[in-house]
Design a protein around this ligand. Structure first.
Ligand code: SAH
Length: 218
């Protein structure tokens, strides 16, 4: 079997054993998870593990999130295809690619330059033209392109950074892990006419969101 087909088969197994049994339903999310070549977002030595049910190291003490967590957070954003999305914590760029499959435009901020550069290269090589990546402190959001229909934060914050609610469009969804340094609660905030609806989606474990409205650098 060709390498490409082996990985396509691994993606199908990932969807059938890790995502659907745990409740992922959005057809578009499932299609994106079947399509995006996750193995190209990790080091060559880790490719065989790319579709396994856990996060993997991507260097600089950071990780590519577990496939289920990527699918779960993406589904929580309720994307239909026309959205402008802000992502904080580009990391490998894998989640960025999934968002780019499901929204009109993705703006992604990463604080570590070497990580951002690698993600940019991977995403360019795959031909994505609806992604903009900026190096900087993502706890400030990306004011220039606000408001956003959806904001996804893929690092854990002690509290909700205030710029996110300001940069969220009316009706927009913010999904963010909030809590301690080691475990957090995945929270969805929806901006609805003068009020904010808050839902807890479950426990999770992310690396730290480091910046002005996040954790201080070690
Ligand atoms: N979605 C990514 C997850 C990467 S881990 C993936 O699946 O590959 C979280 C990332 O958030 C790390 O790359 C880390 O450097 C980045 N990060 C942490 N604090 C940040 C901040 N204030 N602004 C931007 N990126 C940040």
């Amino acid at each position: 079997m060709r390498e490409k087909d082996i990985y396509a088969r691994a993606r199908k197994t990932m969807v059938e054993t890790q995502l659907i049994p745990r409740g992922i339903k959005d057809r578009r999310v499932i299609s994106a998870m079947l399509k995006v070549p996750r193995h190209l977002f990790v080091d060559e030595a880790l490719r065989a593990q790319a579709y396994s049910d856990y996060p993997l190291p991507i260097g600089e003490g950071q990780t590519i999130s577990q496939p289920f967590m990527v699918a779960f957070m993406t589904e929580a954003l309720k994307l239909e295809g026309t959205e402008k999305v802000l992502e904080i914590g580009t990391g490998s760029g894998y989640q960025t690619a999934i968002l780019a499959e499901l929204a009109e435009m993705v703006y992604s901020v990463e604080r570590i330059p070497s990580i951002a550069d690698r993600a940019r290269k991977t995403l360019d090589s795959l031909g994505y033209s609806n992604i903009a990546i900026r190096i900087g402190d993502g706890t400030l959001g990306w004011e220039e392109f606000a408001p956003f229909d959806a904001i996804l934060v893929t690092a854990g914050a002690p509290d909700i950074p205030p710029p996110y609610m300001e940069q969220l469009a009316e009706g927009g969804r913010l999904v963010i892990p909030v809590g301690g340094e080691f475990v957090q609660e995945l929270v969805r905030l929806t901006k609805k006419k003068e009020r904010i609806v808050r839902e807890n989606l479950g426990g999770c474990r992310f690396v730290k969101l480091i910046g002005r409205y996040g954790w201080q650098e070690d």
